[in-house]
Design a protein around this ligand. Structure first.
Ligand SMILES: Cc1cc2nc3c(=O)[nH]c(=O)nc-3n(C[C@H](O)[C@H](O)[C@H](O)COP(=O)(O)OP(=O)(O)OC[C@H]3O[C@@H](n4cnc5c(N)ncnc54)[C@H](O)[C@@H]3O)c2cc1C
Length: 398
């Protein structure tokens, strides 16, 4: 079985490279062809960017593309789409959604954002207040979202709304795909400590959404949102980069530049210990991916997310210690920009340190990851949830 899968994947890689040499084909054209060959997300069905094989083969596909001089950076440029939207649309979208959205998403012809968090609903996402009211075949949306990563570039958004305030909070939600260029959508930048505005606040004022952009049934928005969040945790904490890359490479670089052979042995031990931990985490993630079944990731994605956030913060802080006074400068200046990708990757040690502070908040806080692991993996008693069964309209809000 595994041999058959390898053969199929190999054949498609060879055919793709023959028709679209990775080093010489423009990126977006290459990604489109990669989708057509079923090598975008190999576990999905044929015709939808996949081959219906184990997701373990995706790492092999991406490695060979990179080795052949191609690029897999679409996974970062369109992280909300490829990392979360694709899995959601495959699990809950209609055939039309799958045909219409997946290819341009993978080719980065259309960028996506995630419109979940609100000023009064982050960890407690089910408390959200943005309303959608049905008028014939159209839904009219009003409300405010916040922390919308790459919202300034997005053509499409993954949106959760409240469609029935008289039901308990989890029951009255409905999920939509929203056109970010529709009437009444206002995207405003929010600046972070890095100086960049990766994310935004988004206001909806009487924004129309056609009913055929609803994902899942009316009132089933919580289940669809859970699929997005499970994919998000894997997309954030579960990507497998080459050995020694990422924040540990910045620590090693700082060590070699500023300390080298004569450095403090205690710091050298600490560096090696972080390197080993980063490698252990990389291999654990790789193993988890190999073992993963097709379909929506489970709560185990929270383990990788939790560990990655703690480790990344520790390594980037240690790098600042290694750099001493140089760590207090900010090379390149502190210019406010609106980037075209999240700055978790390909960045300076200084920016990596500042950006890593968000790791234990984005995609669900570390406290929430621990709650999920406690309740859903370890089977510990759940938190008291006093508002679970009362109508959302009657839940006190500040
Ligand atoms: C860089 C970045 C990018 C983001 N991008 C997006 C995006 O694209 N789209 C989007 O929708 N959202 C996005 N977010 C928002 C993110 O999902 C929320 O910030 C996060 O879920 C926490 O919600 P909150 O900020 O409202 O904090 P709160 O929920 O108010 O939490 C405040 C504190 O209380 C703790 N806490 C809350 N509830 C519990 C509990 N039950 N048990 C223990 N502790 C608890 C939290 O851990 C936290 O420390 C992004 C955030 C960041 C930092």
């Amino acid at each position: 079985m595994a041999t058959d899968e390898r053969k199929l994947v190999d054949e498609q890689i060879e055919a793709l490279f023959a028709s679209h040499p990775p080093a010489d084909t423009p990126e977006r054209e290459f990604w489109g062809a990669q989708f057509d060959h079923g090598l975008a997300w190999v576990q999905h069905a044929e015709g939808f960017g996949g081959l219906g094989v184990s997701p373990r083969w995706q790492g092999e596909v991406d490695r060979r593309i990179n080795e052949a001089g191609g690029s897999t950076r679409n996974r970062y440029l369109n992280v909300l789409g490829i990392g979360m939207g694709a899995g959601t649309i495959m699990a809950h979208g209609t055939d039309e959604h799958q045909q219409r959205f997946l290819r341009p998403m993978f080719a980065c012809e259309e960028i996506w954002c995630q419109l979940f968090s609100e000023p009064g609903a982050g960890s407690d996402l089910a408390a959200l207040a943005t309303s959608a009211k049905q008028e014939g075949d159209t839904w009219i949306v009003n409300g405010q979202k916040v922390w919308t990563t790459l919202g300034h570039l997005a053509k499409w958004g993954l949106l959760v709304t409240r469609t029935d305030p008289d039901l308990p909070k989890h029951a009255g939600l409905t999920y939509f795909i929203v056109d970010m260029e529709a009437d009444g959508v206002d995207v405003r930048p929010l600046y972070q400590i890095t100086g960049e505005a990766e994310f935004n606040e988004v206001y909806f004022t009487d924004t129309p959404i056609p009913d055929d952009l609803r994902v899942g049934e009316v009132g089933q928005g919580w289940a669809v949102a859970m699929t997005t969040l499970m994919n998000e945790r894997v997309a954030i904490g579960g990507s497998v980069s080459p050995r020694g890359s990422g924040s540990i490479s910045l620590a090693v670089e700082a060590w070699e530049k500023l300390h080298g052979q004569d450095g403090d042995p205690v710091q050298r031990d600490q560096l090696l210990s972080y390197w080993a931990e980063a490698e252990a985490m990389r291999l654990t993630t790789l193993r988890a991916k190999e073992a993963a079944k097709q379909g929506t990731p489970g709560p185990e994605g929270s383990t990788a997310k939790l560990h990655w956030a703690d480790l990344n913060k520790a390594i980037t802080s240690f790098t600042m210690d290694l750099m001493g006074p140089e760590g207090m400068t900010y090379p390149g200046g502190y210019e406010f920009t609106r980037p075209d990708q999240t700055s978790n990757r390909g960045t300076s040690a200084h920016k990596a340190f500042l950006r890593s502070r968000a790791n234990s908040i984005e995609g669900g806080t570390s406290e929430i990851m621990k709650n999920i692991l406690g309740e859903r993996v370890l089977g510990l008693p759940g938190e008291p949830r006093v508002d679970k069964n009362i109508p959302w309209r009657e839940v006190p809000r500040s």
